[in-house]
Design a protein around this ligand. Sequence first.
Ligand SMILES: Cc1cc2nc3c(=O)[nH]c(=O)nc-3n(C[C@H](O)[C@H](O)[C@H](O)COP(=O)(O)OP(=O)(O)OC[C@H]3O[C@@H](n4cnc5c(N)ncnc54)[C@H](O)[C@@H]3O)c2cc1C
Length: 376
Amino acid sequence: MFSYWEKKNFLKYDFIVIGAGFVGLSTAIHWSRKFPKSKVLILERGIFPNGASTKNAGFACFGSLTELLDDFWQMTPPEVLDLVKRRYKGLESIRKEFGDRTIDYRPSKGFELIDASQLDALDRIDEINGFLKPIFKKPVFSLVPKRSRFGFSEKIKEIVQNQYEGELDPGKYVEALWKEASRLGIKILTGVEVLSIDQDEGKLLAKNSFSEERIPFEAEKIAICTNAFAKNLIPDLDLEPGRGLVMTTKELDFKIPWKGSFHMDQGYVYFRKVGNRLLIGGARNLDKETEQTLSNEINPKIKSHLIQLAEEIIFPGKSLEWDLEWTGIMAFGPKKVPIIQEIGKRTFLAARLGGMGVAVGWQVGKELSTLIRKRN
Ligand SMILES: Cc1cc2nc3c(=O)[nH]c(=O)nc-3n(C[C@H](O)[C@H](O)[C@H](O)COP(=O)(O)OP(=O)(O)OC[C@H]3O[C@@H](n4cnc5c(N)ncnc54)[C@H](O)[C@@H]3O)c2cc1C
């Protein structure tokens, strides 16, 4: 039941974006910068973004040595180079746009822990540095000389350093996007789930949590930016969800003797310090099928693997007290390339960020907004 005033003022827009993660917020911002008078609405089912944007580990990275070597199995060399460039330039652009202090970006470097089974990868450091030269001009990867200073287990034979990676605070990044959206007059409604879309007519039906009543919104253009959840609205999309677990310890009673973004196991496991806590996540590869889900449960097998890595490899012999654990849902496809496309006369989509949305979400939003503008 809507009032005359609600119907007149709240249901019709020039542009509606579904999903308020990095991509949805970025799309709306880029659109509003081009069309400042446009009436823009973002609909988000959570109170905060509830997919991956505030659930990730805050890694500002573009691929560890073994991850890049693994990419060559699925992608051509030009595709791998393009992917690294996209991620690195994406990170540079958000740093420039919002400022390091605002998003708490730290250029603390990336590190990869190499065990005995991965030592072959070290023979390819020079080759990969040469391959990446068109982007970085200088060598990206090098061996850390005194690995003992990190105090990792003896099982770690070498550590590879990446001088161009860093860390950021994804919550602060979202806050920066909120602030910019608000400056541009973009309205964000949270707790509203979109149930269906008429892709050609620019109509959609949504609901909120306290009523079963359908809310009929209308817009000239609609952008679906719901990443892993996009299949709920467009079932035949070529993407699969991938759940990622992240955990933090309580503040530790000893000082963590390292800083930076750390990777293990071809990038599947990652850890860093936040305050004086260990944050560790990943290991989706341990139970890939179970993790292809939209549900936010904790997989006990993955949890115990991460705890074991923390207590045996990262801080050998230490018993850690754990505090928080959460999951975020990413979207993957056959290749690490996002889908950015028109899917109806008035409807467009950007999804399948492949675990790279911290790095490329802002740019993907720009590309989606440009695509829609060109079809205007
Ligand atoms: C554990 C983890 C680690 C990661 N590590 C990295 C990393 O190292 N580097 C990197 O670059 N990226 C990383 N990522 C990926 C990155 O966080 C994502 O790619 C990015 O957040 C995707 O942004 P998005 O806006 O496309 O999607 P999301 O953040 O998922 O946003 C989609 C939004 O749509 C909303 N929504 C869904 N359905 C509906 C509906 N029907 N109606 C209304 N709203 C809806 C959701 O609630 C959600 O807020 C990681 C992610 C996770 C979970």
